[in-house]
Design a protein around this ligand. Structure first.
Ligand code: MN3
Length: 199
């Protein structure tokens, strides 16, 4: 498939009141994400992946374990990760649906404990990567962290929530304060209805 930069469900400036500035969004969506789209399209042209779905490309190149597939994997997975990330945020105050709240309490003890663990995992990811709330096949919820573009699809998990901890995601607004960026993300940016839709 040909990768395409998605339209956002809000404008670049709409997340500013939640702490993610228009400048960050213009760089992150307009330049960084777009680069993964353009590089990915160049790399899959005339390969076995050209007509595969995005998910097939990600899982197939990851499982191949082939260094030669790294470029395709990195750009395809980062394209998918950012498509999810934009949809996981929103400009409105979002209350956590009761079904999601109950699942979080069951798995982590409380919403605050979940948030503390999510932030700690995001801070603990050394270098670039992502922190995730995933659902396992047995229905249990877990917090994971992954390096670079690796994502829950690689492990057969459902990504309920993900946060980009590459510096390009927070350096304009939070400088080197990754913990503050992660807390703000959970408290002011997440669209919890979107998260609950994948439960
Ligand atoms: Mn990013």
């Amino acid at each position: 498939m040909t990768f395409k930069l998605p339209e956002l469900p809000y404008s670049h400036g709409d997340l500013a009141k939640g702490g993610m500035s228009q400048e960050t969004m213009e760089y992150h969506h307009g330049l960084h994400h777009n680069a993964y789209v353009e590089n990915g399209n160049k790399l899959i042209a005339n390969t076995e992946w050209e007509n595969k779905s995005l998910e097939e490309i990600i899982v197939g190149t990851y499982q191949s374990g082939s260094v030669a597939q790294n470029g395709i994997f990195n750009n395809a997975s980062q394209h998918w990760n950012h498509c999810q990330f934009w949809e996981m945020m929103g400009p409105g105050d979002s209350a956590m649906p009761s079904e999601l709240e109950a699942a979080i309490k069951e798995n982590f003890g409380s919403v605050d404990k979940f948030k503390d663990s999510f932030v700690a995992n995001g801070v603990g990811q050394f270098g670039s990567g992502w922190v995730w709330l995933v659902k396992e096949n047995d229905g249990s919820l877990k917090i994971t962290k992954t390096e670079n573009g690796v994502n829950p699809l690689c492990f057969g998990q459902t990504a309920l929530l993900g946060c980009d901890v590459w510096e390009h995601s927070y350096y304009i607004d939070f400088r080197n304060k990754r913990p503050g960026y992660l807390s703000n993300f959970l408290n002011n940016l997440v669209n919890w209805e979107n998260v609950a839709s994948r439960l």
